[in-house]
Design a protein around this ligand. Structure first.
Ligand code: BDR
Ligand code: CA
Length: 320
């Protein structure tokens, strides 16, 4: 097998973040270099504790956790999504506190250090608001040129939002940061709601995770009921949208996805559209061009749902 692809996962764990992290850790094609944390589904210190706990559960305390931003770049934090992920970000499953600690570097320092010391090798996988990534791009102007790429969960190009009618949760939690990241001069893949809301893991499939005799699967079985309750109440869904794990599925099996390529701007205004990711779908006609100079972004638009769900469940130990 070729060398594993090296990734840094920037995350706000988060129930679907936990699924994505375990999915990545169970995939030999990927080397998880570090987890960096950000506010989002919970406040940052809670997300950091969760990241540490997840690595302890997975038996991977060799992987560094670096704490990141506590608030967006240009506004106060809108507040945790406790109605989705529980007050502790992990389904109110009464987890023991972690016994490990984050490294002394903060998230931006870690990202810049690891990327610049391995030029062209590292892919960033952001699963939360893009604050740390934007700050790292600002702190080191050569960062983008030294990345293998960014594969992120966030945004909505051709569909409505989930946090507001216009916007997706990760992007609306820091639209200014997202607009910086979508302007980075490196390959960017956007796994937003266009594709993640098409990928449903059914209740019956989720039940199979609980039958797997492995600490990772048992942790997911303990935290998933909270997420399933929200999906049932919010969308009448018997199952969940597979948001964050879609990044990992794409890294492992891009052939299962269809995509379109457009430049992206993020609405950073303070009206109803705040946080909407706008693809440029027609050429500039006259006057100012807000998309000028932006790199094309690979926007995932659809997937072979059965193949993607089977891939993730298989890696989590479910025999299908
Ligand atoms: C995103 O928002 C968070 O609640 C999830 O963890 C995911 O990253 C989906 O919009
Ligand atoms: Ca997340």
């Amino acid at each position: 097998m070729s060398r594993p692809r090296r990734i840094i996962v920037d995350t706000d764990p988060g129930i679907d973040d936990a699924m994505a992290i375990f999915f990545a850790l169970a995939s030999p094609e990927l080397e998880v270099v570090a987890l960096t944390t950000v506010f989002g589904n919970a406040h940052t210190p809670v997300c950091t504790a969760n990241a540490l706990r997840l690595l302890e559960i997975a038996g991977r305390t060799d992987i560094a956790v670096a704490e990141g931003a506590h608030a967006p770049m240009a506004m106060p934090f809108r507040g945790p999504a406790d109605f989705v992920h529980g007050g502790d970000g992990q389904g109110d499953a009464s987890l023991a506190p972690p016994s490990t600690r984050p490294v002394l570097e903060d998230a931006v320092e870690l990202i810049v250090d690891r990327v610049m010391s391995a030029p062209g090798e590292i892919t960033l996988v952001p699963l939360g608001p893009l604050t740390n990534i934007a700050r790292a791009l600002q702190a080191e102007p050569r960062l983008a040129a030294n990345l293998a790429g960014i594969v992120l969960m966030g945004g909505n190009a051709f569909c409505g939002g989930n946090a507001t009618p216009a916007a997706e949760a990760n992007v609306v939690n820091d639209p200014e940061a997202a607009d910086i990241v979508f302007g980075a001069a490196c390959p960017i893949v956007m796994a937003g709601l266009d594709v993640t809301e098409r990928i449903v893991m059914t209740g019956a499939q989720l039940d199979l995770i609980g039958e797997v005799d492995h600490p990772r699967a048992q942790h997911l079985a303990a935290i998933l009921p909270c997420y399933r309750r929200f999906a049932r109440e919010a969308s009448g869904l018997d199952g969940i949208h597979v948001h964050d794990s879609t990044t990992i599925s794409y890294l492992l099996a891009p052939q299962h996805f269809s995509h379109r390529s457009h430049q992206i701007r993020v609405d950073t205004g303070h009206g109803v559209g705040r946080g909407k990711t706008w693809p440029r779908t027609r050429p500039a006609q006259h006057g100012d061009d807000p998309w000028a100079g932006r790199p094309p972004v690979t926007i995932l638009t659809d997937a072979d749902v059965d193949a993607v769900v089977r891939l993730e469940l298989g890696r989590l130990g479910v025999g299908l």
